[in-house]
Design a protein. Sequence first.
Length: 171
Amino acid sequence: MRDRNNNIILTGFMGSGKTTAGIRLSYRLRLPLLDTDKWIEKEEGRTISEIFALQGEETFRKMETSALRTLLELEGEQIISTGGGLPMREENRELLKKLGTVVFLRIKPETVYERLKGDNTRPLLKKADPMKEIRRLLELRNPVYQECADITVDVDGKDFEEIISEIIDRT
Ligand code: S3P
């Protein structure tokens, strides 16, 4: 048997709707919501963009691990939404599995592009050709999200009600 808590953890690429799905799930299931990015921003007193610019991505990744370790200590069930790159560290994948049911919100590159064009809060997409970067990262990350997920939900063309119902039915 796996050593796990009873949380629902939302993973997936930037723009896949983890934050919005998290808010709605939390409301529907009456469970507290925790967001690793917001957690880190509060702990550090800096935005994610500032952390990337001043301390670098590697330091941010370590902060994600430490956020997961703290979450493991919490009692009770919660909805946890995570940063899009968090499952890329093996240690983080192990922690995610211990935390509960891992949901992968799968999204197509075109949908990410449509949703995030003009957004300047994602340091990783501040490239000359964001679409190319989205495709490159998705190719790298999709197998990893998939490997660590208990359930995969395709989000393209669905509204949040459908997505939430699918998560509730399948967890
Ligand atoms: C990142 C995703 C972001 C945030 C940071 C890095 C990534 O979170 O953690 O900018 O590596 O994909 P969202 O997935 O909530 O945008």
